[in-house]
Design a protein around this ligand. Sequence first.
Ligand code: CU
Length: 398
Amino acid sequence: MQTHKDEQTNTTQANGKQNMEGMKMGSSVTKPQLFAMTLLTLFVLVTGVVLGGVFGDGTFNYTMRARDMSGLVMPPGMIRGVNPSVENMKDMAAVDSSKATYTAPANARGDQPLVPQVVNGVKVFNLEVSLIKWNILHDVQVTAYAFNRQVPGPRIRITQGDRVRMIVKNDLPEETSVHWHGLTVPNAMDGPAGITQKPIAPGQSFTYEFTVTQWGTYFYHSHTNADRQEALGMYGALLIDPRNASQAPAYDQEALIQLGEWTVENGYTFPAMPMTGLEPNYFTINGKAYPATETINLKVGQRLLVRFMGTNSVAIHPMHIHGGPFKIVATDGNPVPSAAQIEKDTVDVGPGERYDVIWPARMPGKWLLHCHINHHTTNNNVEENGAGGLTVIINVTA
Ligand SMILES: [Cu+2]
């Protein structure tokens, strides 16, 4: 002990001497002491994190694997370092498929025309939102939030100047509301829950009514927890023809390309989000991933009007068509003057955006329409029949 004490004293003295000689150092800690303190600090930190993860309440849970959190199933690999609230977790949790009230046939198609009833000159559309099981591929089923039991929701086609009434019935196990994306409507008809209206409670209905002044490619979607509800399929096309038909671009056939992203893990459907654990692994056009997407059939010389629609919520998709360029004739529903109609073969379609393009069928063959983020043309990283996800074949015959 004496020796040890002497050593300490000596060291301290030596240290003091050093400090006297070099005041700029400003420290009386020896390297061995610093090393010991660093080791101790690291030990305490690592022990805290490990014990917290094993015995804690999730505060330090870095290994969450689709496990129950207050009855919610959370995405695998998700890192939440801060005490998450149940509200925070709910938004990201897997859809409870036991609450689905309908299973669509595996080959069912979304975007089916919705025929209105005309009441005193008003076009009345009935939309019903519910939880359904929906096949995005023959062997991949998701649990979706769907309008009228289809993904995307039914196609609403109206004419500029129409008075419309949209009756939305909520059969979801949670609140919702609907927004008419891009339309100029009275504020109270705009849809953001908690801002312009009370959310529509489960079992309740809300009626939206307005006169349509614009024309072009629009869509409708959820505006209550939209990051969850729209990502899970709550969107549909709203196509408005001009009052004066000659204003519309000339075309022989039209194709809607409504983009979707899905996160399917361990048999659970999670809302696709740009965050750890929720990045999508399946991608759909009109509710289906290639090879389940619908082939477009054309003859040489015909013009195809493609309406690209950013109904998705995660990525900007560079949409590309093989077999020559297309002309952009409208953006976000607004016609592009002919002098400004640039030709491109790839157009970035961001969430919320629409691009109407005219693609002429120049030569016979199978021409691809696909996203050029190549991962988006796979199904859970795998190609099937030469592609996957955001791919459609345009089959041109002589
Ligand atoms: Cu993409």
